[in-house]
Design a protein around this ligand. Structure first.
Ligand SMILES: [Zn+2]
Length: 423
């Protein structure tokens, strides 16, 4: 008898969809196969598709508060004139409610884990604890050339790791998050990396998101961001870079050699006109690519199914080849590769893996089904998600998030709007 038995689903296993039963014991998958199984809790998955949970590998969760707040602006104006100004008004409680809304949206669209870089991170951690989702969290640090600030920032980042790493049965992984090479000096980044090595933790950073940023770094330091990071010993398999759009061949080789993971955020990259990342080349080289939404101010949703479809479409149009990427590879970017990047033992429907699992209902948009893989990658809205299990616990049932009051969260966030809207 398992704690949970998911019965008769069509499951994504080793890149293919096959009928199987899944047994869960505690927070791990204990059985995957064709045998009849029983559970304390039984979930009838007949007629449904079963996926490992989606991993949103780069976001700024509480930016749900700025969804629709600054539109149709270039990145630097958008940041300097609107977003950074509004963020100065954020209180810890605002970040809590913004995060609750973000988690609500992610759970309803099949995301079981996310990686967040922001401020007032204690509140994000509390929201993760209450709602049952899994998360990799970091305090977004920037020294901007100020030595005193550098010290303060590193102290906040380190304290956050010490207070929250491994909290809630290991559902939180706390890591370092220096914002970017254009907001952090090389000296500061070096120090962060040394500290990360000492604490045996990961580092999440924005790199080469815009052409201007690459030019600015080249003007200031005489080299491109990836070369600069390599030179200061920042790059290895404990590093996850977000975006990585403006990279030359040699930089791709460096990322490959150093086993750096890339969090690709196609919707945000299009919306801010940042560019199209070289995902096909990264896949060819064997670089671990995972998918993220970025913050809701530049997306404007946390629906990872949009990133899945767009990743595929963008690479087709960028390369002029409709067979540039396979649907299986893209679905794995959204599941297995995210878990791999952040060194969390999940993202696959396999015995022994963490039980982060999503069930999808066959709705009209999946009809007819020739191959579930193509239905899911190219025809999903996100509303097909019926059940979500994280760390062995059922937290979404028939589309309802069991761990929060949806109306309370949405009305709270709606009421916070006033504070930001007079800028
Ligand atoms: Zn970002």
């Amino acid at each position: 008898m398992f704690d949970v038995a998911i019965k008769d689903g069509v499951c994504f296993i080793d890149g293919r969809f096959i009928e199987a039963n899944i047994g869960i014991e505690g927070n791990r998958i204990a059985y995957v196969g064709k045998e009849e199984i029983a559970g304390e809790l039984e979930i009838d998955a007949s007629g449904k598709f079963v996926l490992p949970g989606l991993f949103n590998a780069h976001t700024h969760l509480a930016m749900t508060l700025f969804r629709g707040y600054a539109e149709d602006m270039p990145l630097m104006d958008w940041l300097e004139k609107k977003i950074w100004r509004a963020e100065r008004k954020l209180t810890p409680k605002d970040v809590y409610w913004g995060s609750m809304l973000g988690i609500l949206e992610m759970l309803k669209t099949g995301t079981t884990a996310f990686s967040d870089l922001y401020i007032h991170m204690d509140e994000v951690a509390k929201a993760v604890g209450e709602t049952g989702i899994r998360a990799v969290l970091c305090y977004g640090m920037a020294d901007r050339g100020d030595k005193e600030k550098a010290e303060k920032e590193l102290k906040i980042g380190t304290e956050f790791i010490k207070n929250w790493d491994n909290a809630f049965n290991g559902r939180i992984k706390a890591i370092y998050g220096p914002h970017a090479p254009y907001t952090c000096t090389p000296e500061f980044l070096k120090e962060v990396k040394l500290k990360a090595n000492e604490l045996k933790t990961l580092v999440h950073i924005h790199v080469s998101e815009t052409k201007q940023e690459v030019e600015e770094i080249r003007r200031t330091y005489g080299k491109t961001p990836v070369r600069l990071l390599e030179e200061i010993g920042f790059l290895d398999d404990n590093t996850i870079i977000a975006h990585g759009i403006w990279l030359d061949d040699e930089e791709l080789e460096i990322l490959k050699k150093k086993k750096v993971s890339v969090a690709h955020c196609p919707v945000s990259n299009l919306k801010l006109a940042s560019g199209i990342a070289r995902i096909v080349d990264m896949v060819r080289l064997g670089i671990n690519v995972c998918l993220g939404t970025d913050g809701a101010a530049s997306n404007n949703t946390y629906n990872l199914f949009e990133e899945i479809k767009l990743t595929s479409l963008l690479q087709k149009v960028a390369t002029g080849r409709a067979d540039a990427l396979h649907a299986k590879d893209v679905l794995e970017m959204a599941t297995k590769n995210g878990y791999k990047a952040y060194k969390i033992d999940g993202g696959e429907l396999k015995q022994g893996k963490l039980a982060d699992i999503v069930l999808l209902e066959r709705k009209f948009n999946y009809c007819p089904v020739y191959d579930p893989l193509h239905s899911i990658v190219y025809a999903s809205y996100g509303c097909e998600v019926s059940h979500v299990i994280v760390d062995g616990e059922l937290i979404v049932e028939d589309g309802i998030v069991l761990t929060m009051d949806e109306d309370r969260v949405t009305s709270k966030v709606e009421s916070l709007k006033e504070k930001f809207s007079n800028d």
